[in-house]
Design a protein around this ligand. Structure first.
Ligand SMILES: [Zn+2]
Length: 293
């Protein structure tokens, strides 16, 4: 296993990153946990529970975790929830929609078992309200519902500090998406609406910092604006190529292949590795399901 600690904002934010070191993985895939003044955002993957336990034990009283909040129900974000509750008495919060999902056993495909580990431990979380404060009370986070990547996804925004913890709600680039044929049906139109919501919510925050899970920290609201433009452009392209294909008399399956070829040349290796679970094709389907206005 690989663990990295990254400090942000004069050490006020500790990002604890975890990746499996499984040799079959083409590259490390990181999931992040953030610790800010006793507030833990997310609980890592099932495969990282032992490492997370050691991390929690290593914290001095000043850094001691008071509570944890889970941003969404994917196995790489909630894996340590039960361990935190049972072994350290740390209350774990989540959105109303996430709570029943967190109580279920999880079944997920091989490539995700390889990346995030197995044996998810279900647990009961506590419903989060609109606001949550850090241990000393110096930071107050607005809870913003940001569905799309997952229906139950929430983001946390600290207005005074201009921090937004968006974890998986926004990706640095829109290329691939989970499909409707897996347990994680992403919806690109909902993702777009959530990015716009975050953009409006952070109006006036000139120094906004956006924290993603394992994919880096981004500066400025322009990051959100760029993602909206990127998605809009993909949306227009998918529909334009669909019309073109129909004019050429192509049928449904051929239409998808035509659009894929025009937009991406071909499916990339992750699409093949995940047997289409994470694929350009799924993004195209979601773009086509979203009508042009
Ligand atoms: Zn996720």
């Amino acid at each position: 296993m690989v663990v990295q600690k990254v400090y942000h904002c004069n050490n006020e934010i500790l990002e604890w990153k975890w990746s499996s070191d499984n040799r079959l993985m083409p590259q490390p895939f990181w999931t992040s946990i953030f610790l800010i003044d006793g507030l833990l955002i997310d609980a890592g993957a099932p495969g990282g529970v032992e490492d997370l336990r050691e991390f929690v034990k290593s914290l001095d009283s000043k850094k001691r975790i008071e509570k944890c909040i889970i941003t969404h129900n994917h196995e790489d974000h909630c894996g340590g929830g039960r361990m935190l509750q049972e072994e350290f008495n740390i209350p774990v919060f989540a959105s109303k929609l996430a709570i029943p999902l967190l109580m279920e056993e999880k079944e997920y495909p091989d490539y995700r078992q390889m990346t995030w580990g197995i044996n998810y431990q279900p647990f009961q979380a506590i419903v989060i309200k609109n606001l949550i404060s850090s241990k000393s009370g110096k930071y107050i986070f607005d809870i913003v519902e940001t569905p799309g990547h997952a229906l139950e996804q929430i983001s946390l925004v600290e207005r005074k500090q201009q921090w937004a913890f968006i974890t998986d709600a926004v990706m640095p680039k829109y290329q691939m998406i989970f499909g409707k044929d897996t347990d994680i049906p992403e919806d690109i139109s909902l993702i777009f609406q959530s990015i716009k919501k975050l953009y409006d919510f952070t109006n006036g925050m000139e120094d906004l910092l956006l924290f993603t899970s394992g994919k880096g920290v981004f500066k400025g609201r322009s990051f959100l604006k760029d993602r909206m433009e990127e998605i809009n452009s993909l949306h227009r392209k998918a529909h334009r190529f669909q019309s073109e294909a129909k004019e050429n008399g192509l049928l449904d399956k051929q239409i998808l292949r035509y659009i894929l070829k025009k937009m991406y040349t071909r499916e990339n290796f992750i699409g093949n590795l995940t047997k289409g679970g994470l694929s350009h094709k799924n993004l195209i389907i979601s773009l086509l399901e979203w009508p042009m206005e």
